[in-house]
Write a protein that binds this ligand. Structure first.
Ligand code: ATP
Length: 341
């Protein structure tokens, strides 16, 4: 049995609470499935900046480099110095954000099952901002063929194994003719290689509207870094809020899993945050390990986590965000107990 080394980054705000909750589930996974973890903490974020003067210390990077995978809680104001940097350093070019309607959760439509495939390494998040004097500032938008090609390919490969088999490319190529023009052209070229996948395009403003009006019509959404960030937060509200939204940052050789939300300082320390976002991120981590290391035990564990989450939701043992009265840890404990059934 392989022992997977996981670099665990609790983060800031609700991060440590969600991490404690997720560990409850991972511990039960170890006891009940043929999967072993060696968990090593890697600190990063606002609190670490305050304590050590650096948000992402070199020893944390070393821990991540020496691990099979990284599981991360949200970080606060230092997100650009932590997650944006990690995405670039490890070339985690695909940000995967599945948004699915789960039972007994307030959702806009029970048929919502979409997945964002967001480019993760360029666009305006490259950090190329300049103050060029006289109160004039500039932010460079970088879009390259290489990154458009690999994100489009990832989107179509994702659609291939999903029931609806549909890719929607979202851009604003009528205004940003060169940068989004390139993105659009590459998506169209890629679509031709996948004749069995239905392909359409939307301008980002129209997409923001259609997501609210007919969310059940979306399947795989392929988009650039900034639009993907904004639209996925919007779409999360359709499935019960950010607490229901897990995420993955995937590269060719490494992957990092984290909820899509930030550190939610307004509810930190109250034990009312929804732990599902991070528990399902851990589930996605197990899916990735199962594919990368051809490990069926990880796949079984991943499927069991989703089933246990659904059963807990059906039982109504949920945090206030979802209409229940349970605390973050009580909900996680309930999911962990369902896992043993
Ligand atoms: P940051 O500055 O770290 O990004 P933020 O408050 O600006 O934090 P988010 O943390 O992304 O933004 O979250 C926005 C709001 O969504 C939070 O204030 C919180 O009320 C809610 N929220 C986010 N995550 C969860 C969760 N897991 N459970 C319940 N509510 C959540």
């Amino acid at each position: 049995m392989t022992e997977y080394k996981i670099a665990l980054m609790p983060g800031d705000g609700i991060g440590p609470e969600l991490t404690e909750a997720t560990l409850k589930v991972l511990n039960v996974v170890q006891e009940n499935f043929a999967v072993n973890f060696h968990i090593v903490y890697a600190e990063a974020g606002d609190a670490v900046l305050k304590k050590r003067g650096v948000a992402l210390p070199e020893d944390s990077l070393k821990t991540i480099r020496e691990s099979h995978v990284c599981l991360k809680g949200p970080v606060g104001e230092t997100a650009a110095d932590v997650i944006v940097k990690l995405r670039l350093l490890f070339d985690l070019y695909a940000n995967i954000r599945p948004l699915k309607a789960f039972p007994n959760v307030p959702v806009a439509s029970p048929d919502i099952d979409m997945i964002f495939v967001r480019e993760n390494t360029e666009d305006v998040y490259k950090g190329l901002e300049y103050n060029i004097g006289n109160d004039v500032t500039v932010c460079l938008r970088v879009i390259t063929r290489q990154n458009c090609e690999r994100i489009a390919k990832h989107a179509f490969e994702t659609a291939k194994i999903r029931p609806k088999k549909k890719v929607t490319a979202i851009h604003k190529a009528n205004v940003m003719r060169i940068t989004d023009g390139l993105f659009k052209n590459v998506c169209q070229e890629t679509a031709k290689k996948y004749p069995d996948i239905q392909y359409n395009e939307m301008y980002v403003d129209a997409a923001a509207m259609h997501l609210i009006r007919t969310p059940q019509n979306f399947d795989v959404i392929c988009t650039c870094n900034l639009f993907g960030d904004i639209l996925s937060d919007e779409a999360a509200q359709l499935i019960g809020g950010l607490g229901m939204a897990p995420g993955a940052n995937i590269g060719d050789n490494f992957a990092l899993f984290e909820p899509i939300h930030g550190s939610a300082p307004d509810i930190a320390g109250k034990q009312i945050a929804n732990p599902v976002s991070m528990i399902l991120s851990a589930k996605m981590m197990l899916n990735w390990l199962s594919e990368k290391f051809n490990d069926t035990a990880c796949l079984k564990a991943a499927e069991a986590i989703e089933k246990a989450t659904i059963q807990t939701l059906l039982n109504g043992l949920t945090v206030p965000d979802l209409g229940g009265k349970a605390s973050t840890q009580q909900m996680a404990q309930a999911i962990a107990e369902e896992l043993t059934n």
